[in-house]
Design a binder for this molecule. Structure first.
Ligand code: TXA
Ligand code: MG
Length: 341
């Protein structure tokens, strides 16, 4: 693999010649990382099986974990989706472009490598001028898993992508930090009622406003329907322990105990009480409004990981709105690393 080309594009007017270069790489079966409103994605031609296989290799991703196909226009659905139920169409009309991924029946054109051998395909229209310009210029669907090494937190800046994939992919399109910072909501609309396989940028209540009741998948269902949601995603290297919101007593006790064992401990908190427990570079206070908190969470995981900590204590957030997706990621981070300390 040649050196990874790193280019910067403005959000207002993405340079058409750079977009053309990136689209040419995709046409030739190469890999291009691109910004979206949620996290950076790793792009490849969704209908080119060899290109898709390179995505799995570059990320070190398990092959049974299916990819999301990104489109820029509804007309691109024809090649990808066999049938989109009425409720799926309503959700698409309401939330695309945006942080919503719909799981629908796939056409025979979509290679098995994309879907992990399943008969369904996940599709999303991202709300980002650079992503949309790239897909339009390429003129077809592109796969876009988060552009991190498998098991690392999703990248919220182009530099995170370089940290993980420099030398493994052809090009990175940089347009600065992303807006949301948490991956899209994945909804399976092939079943009745539709099932949320991964909470994300669009909340359950907003979905229900449009199509009525939706359910959140149980563990068993996730295993069957969306293998990727059970993999060790979003896991920092350190052991992660969640602390209830505002529980300063528990936070102080855990800090003391782990330090006594000679461990290097860091904290991520957001409430006013917790912010007063300590200060210093390993005591991160994130903004309390959940939109800002979500934007900085994965970046903070990465920053703390680089300092080589053993234990990370994280204050829980209220489980409503975007907080549902944030708690999902925090739980996964804490489950994924239990055996490491
Ligand atoms: O916000 C996002 O969705 C980002 C940006 C780049 O668009 N992409 C992303 O992709 O997070 P990835 O590959 O990291 O996560 C894809 C999720 C996985 O949990 C996977 O299991 C699920 O979507 N998925 C993909 N295809 C599926 C299918 N056919 N059935 C069920 N789940 C599927
Ligand atoms: Mg991912």
């Amino acid at each position: 693999m040649p050196d990874t080309k790193f280019v910067t594009l403005s959000l207002e007017r993405p340079d058409p010649s750079l977009i053309a270069d990136a689209a040419a790489i995709l046409r030739a079966g190469g890999l291009v990382a691109f910004p979206t409103e949620t996290v950076y994605g790793l792009g490849a031609d969704a209908l080119n099986e060899e290109a898709v296989k390179k995505v799995f290799a570059a990320k070190g991703r398990p092959q049974e974990n299916p990819l999301i196909v990104h489109i820029a226009d509804r007309s691109q659905l024809i090649d990808l989706a066999d049938d989109i139920p009425e409720k799926g169409q309503k959700l698409g009309r309401e939330f695309w472009p945006g942080p919503l991924t719909l799981v629908v029946k796939k056409t025979f054109l979509v290679p098995a490598a994309v879907t992990g051998g399943m008969e369904t395909v996940a599709i999303r229209m991202p709300d980002h001028p650079v992503a949309l310009a790239l897909i339009e210029e390429f003129n077809g669907g592109i796969v876009g898993p988060s552009a991190n090494l498998s098991g690392k937190p999703s990248p919220t800046t182009a530099l995170h992508v370089m940290d993980d994939l420099n030398g493994r992919i052809d090009m990175v399109l940089n347009s600065g930090p992303v807006e949301i910072g948490i991956e899209s909501t994945v909804v399976d609309v092939t079943v009745e009622p539709p099932v949320i396989l991964r909470p994300g940028g669009i909340h359950k209540e907003s979905l229900e406003d449009i199509i009525g009741p939706v359910v959140i998948a149980s563990q068993g269902e996730l295993l069957r329907r969306s293998p990727g949601t059970l993999h060790r995603h979003y896991a920092p290297r350190a052991k992660v322990i969640l602390v209830p919101e505002g529980d300063t007593g528990l936070l102080s006790r855990l800090l003391g105990e782990y330090r006594q064992q000679g461990k290097s401990v860091a904290c991520i908190v957001h409430s006013r009480e917790m912010a007063r427990v300590e200060s210093g570079s390993s005591f991160k206070v994130l903004p309390a409004p959940i939109d800002f908190y979500a934007r900085y969470l994965f970046r903070t995981f990465r920053e703390l990981d680089q300092t080589g900590i053993d234990v990370l204590l994280v204050e829980e957030v209220e489980e409503s709105g975007l907080g549902v997706a944030v708690m999902d990621r925090l739980r996964k981070a804490s489950e994924g690393t239990n055996e490491k300390t």
